[in-house]
Design a binder for this molecule. Sequence first.
Ligand code: SAM
Length: 269
Amino acid sequence: MSAIDQRELLEMVADVPSWWHSIDLGHDIVTPGVKTVEALESNLLAMQLPPLAGKSVLDIGAWDGYFSFAAEHMGARRVVALDHYVWSMDLIAQVQHFHECHAQGRKPPQWEEVPSVWRPDELPGKRGFDTVHRALGSQVESHVEDFMIADLDQLGTFDVVMYLGVLYHMKDPLRALERLAKVTSEVAVIETAAYAVPGFEHQSMCEFYASDELNADSTNWWAPNLTALTGLCQAAGFDRVKVLVGPGDMRGMPAGEVQRYRAIVHAWK
Ligand SMILES: C[S@@+](CC[C@H](N)C(=O)[O-])C[C@H]1O[C@@H](n2cnc3c(N)ncnc32)[C@H](O)[C@@H]1O
């Protein structure tokens, strides 16, 4: 890349008002995401993705696309990045509105109800994905769709489906996992907010957030414990579930005290 191209690239990155993923574009340019390169690399390792060479991959809830572009880099034959929610939002307006609500002691609304934030015709939140796509000369396909109402016959099936950081945003997690199972032909990699209660590990339980109790985010609804997550995947149509990251050793922890963490499982068809 010539010096002018590199300057253009810096301008393109600076033009995107809000980044979630820090993505290395080469030439010493990394997008300034909330999630650091180190955190993302460590997430990717923890997911233990199967070999992707020649595989089809669907990344549901792709946002800036770190995991989609990583799958392409790992040799996937076809990668589809699907999202609609943050892609439809003006993320700067959202943060402003959030702080105003906080200052006034008001509960943040559902963002679809705020016209200054929700702009699905313009897709302001997709600018980061589009910028990286162009910078990398990527062939990743982007689908602007709500996975919960997308036509799954039209979407088709994928060898590997990534469902990272999405499940706890679903009002109906069982239906979401049923839909996930329908589009998965081999394995779904699920990363989610989860919780554990020492002494109750074998009970199947989900924690419900009526408002913004989880991370001050009113779009978070449910976190399962590991028994519930495994059971939900099986009820949804997956054959077998392998836990990669669970709550760890809870011996010595006070019985009944809620522990929140992020779980990772592979759900196999
Ligand atoms: C916490 S972010 C996770 C982003 C990325 N997968 C990661 O792990 O860094 C949740 C993502 O899910 C997307 N999302 C939420 N509900 C969705 C739905 N019904 N269909 C498609 N994407 C959805 C959001 O827009 C957002 O990009």
